[in-house]
Design a protein around this ligand. Structure first.
Ligand code: FAD
Ligand code: NAD
Length: 468
């Protein structure tokens, strides 16, 4: 067994762990990154990147199929699924190889293998070269896995996880998706565009239940236009594999026969490898303070296992924050300005508080929106559906949240990310200049409405775009 001594050991090389390792190595620390599978973690290998490679293909397919509305005649647009999958895999492996080189070039030693925390300063790595690692500080960044449910267990044939669905052999004729969170909804959009009959089953009363109600409703409307059948307030009680598909029994006892099922009901946090050390946990997640320190001094935790926001960029920011604190700074993690981008059709971008969440917190707030249908750019782009909405604290004029749905929403939310991170008040946003014609003008118009100086909307009707 090889014995190694480092300043910092990072357990897990996903978007939480590897940025922390690079940051620390750049600051002169001796760092080891222990990774059981592939650097880049869920995000690069089975999450953000492969799904967005597929989303990009199907969005182009939609546009081509819709060519007439752009004044174009295009014949025979057809998805070649095996080619799409092969290209997706090529994108992932290319990125993975570049990332591996970047991490090593930063001076981080990558140790391949499954690490187990045996004491607060020790990790035993089972791998090609079994290693016993001693470190002054340890960052836990072990991420999460798809949650397997007894009533519909993954079999990789008829019942898929978000991982096995990525490499299906062919486009399913029909697919029932359990769970209408980000994963379920993104895959619903992908398969609907590919021509599958999609049934989306959600236990709660609306799809994308973490978004505000108006956003859920707008996405549901888009999904219905896409032919997606939405069954909210339902769960799946049982499944029965058939020769050529699967029979699904819903909570109302209805049975449906489909080609396959995607179970997307949430993620299980990978915490088994540090159960030997009494780190305080709550509801399966590691408890961390605002500096990302766990209850055990010298052990830090970041990413999905902290149960905060299961987003790659949130994990990365936590990683950098933990690294800076290990280096002796005292930096707090701020969750108020983390954007979320959901790559459905229509897309969704959101950040900070919704109006409803603000009210629940006792904050006096109003929401001001602007419809894409009133923008020159959205009409020119044949994309009039959607809107951008700003949530503003009444007493201070502080922007406390924003939501946007429609064309390019995932990119558009970035502007408000900058505004929120810098606590820019609504008057300052109203005083910015947005290029014309762009979708970003929706933020400017919404802020002008908030400041009672609407421009491209009649002042007398502006109350129609105000909530709260
Ligand atoms: P992970 O990325 O899960 O990485 C953890 C790493 O630790 C893994 O590589 C694992 O092999 C390794 N590991 C675990 N245990 C051990 C051990 N004992 N020893 C050694 N190594 C270990 N987020 C977004 O922001 N945008 C998106 O568009 C997006 N799309 C997604 C799509 C899908 C289908 C899924 C599933 C997720 C998506 N996410 C997205 C969420 C995002 O992938 C996660 O929030 C993010 O990857 C979490 O990062 P992490 O570093 O905490 O964990
Ligand atoms: P999730 O928790 O966001 O959604 C799961 C959904 O399944 C919930 O709406 C829940 O009510 C529903 N559900 C649970 N049990 C059910 C049952 N038995 N029957 C019917 N419905 C049931 O989880 P997810 O969609 O699996 O995503 C996991 C994480 O990955 C999320 O936190 C998400 O933020 C992240 N993610 C992000 C992106 C993105 O940023 N674009 C994309 C994909 C995933």
């Amino acid at each position: 067994m090889e014995i190694k001594k480092v300043d910092v050991a990072v357990l897990g090389g996903g978007p939480g762990g590897y940025p922390a390792a690079i940051y620390l190595a750049n600051a002169g620390k001796k760092v080891a990154l222990i990774e059981a599978k592939y650097v880049g973690g869920t995000c690069l290998n089975w999450g953000c990147i492969p799904t967005k490679a597929l989303v990009t293909s199907v969005n182009l397919l939609r546009d081509i199929k819709n060519a007439e509305s752009f004044g174009l005649h295009v014949s025979q647009a057809k998805a070649d699924w095996p080619l799409m999958v092969a290209q997706k895999n090529e994108i992932v492996s290319g990125l993975r190889s570049s990332l591996d080189k970047l991490i090593r070039a930063s001076g981080v030693e990558i140790i391949q293998g499954q690490g187990v925390l045996t004491s607060p300063k020790k990790i035993e790595v089972k791998g090609k070269t079994p290693t016993s690692m001693e470190a002054d500080a340890i960052i836990l960044a072990t991420g999460s896995e798809p949650k397997d449910i007894k009533a519909f267990p993954f079999d990789g044939k008829f019942i898929h996880s978000s991982t096995t669905i990525l490499d299906l052999e062919s486009i399913p004729e029909s697919i029932l998706i359990i769970g209408a969170g980000a994963i379920g909804c993104e895959f619903a959009s992908i398969f609907a565009a590919l021509g599958s009959k999609v049934i989306l089953v959600e236990a709660l009363s609306r799809i994308l239940p973490l978004e505000c109600e108006t956003i859920s409703a707008a996405v549901a409307e888009g999904f219905k236009k896409d032919g997606i059948e939405i069954l909210c307030g339902h769960t799946v009680e049982a499944t029965k594999s058939l020769k050529d598909g699967i029979e699904v029994t819903l909570s109302d006892k209805r049975t449906l026969k489909v080609s396959c099922v995607l179970s997307a009901v949430g993620r299980r946090l990978n915490t088994d490898s540090f159960s030997a050390v009494p780190i305080k946990m709550e509801k399966g997640a590691v408890i961390v303070d605002e500096y990302l320190s766990t209850s055990v001094p010298g052990i830090w935790a970041i990413g999905d296992i902290t149960g905060k926001m299961m987003l790659a960029h949130a994990a990365t920011h936590q990683g950098i924050t933990a690294a800076r604190n290990i280096l002796g700074e005292k930096v707090r993690m701020n969750y108020d300005a983390i954007p979320a981008a959901t790559f459905t059709y229509p897309e969704v971008g959101s950040i900070g508080l919704t109006l409803e969440a603000a009210k629940k917190k006792g904050i006096k707030a109003k929401a001001y929106s602007y419809p894409f249908s009133a923008l020159g750019r959205s009409l020119a782009s044949r994309a009039p559906e959607g809107f951008a909405e700003l949530v503003v604290e009444e007493d201070t004029g502080k922007i406390i949240g924003a939501q946007v749905v429609g064309h390019n929403a995932c990119e558009l939310i970035a502007i408000i990310g900058v505004a929120l991170a810098n606590e820019i008040p609504i008057e300052c946003l109203a005083d910015t200049i947005q290029a014309h014609p762009t979708f970003a003008e929706a933020w400017l118009e919404a802020s002008l409405i908030a400041c009672k100086t609407p421009l491209h909307f009649p002042k007398t009707l502006a109350s129609k775009l105000t909530r709260g």
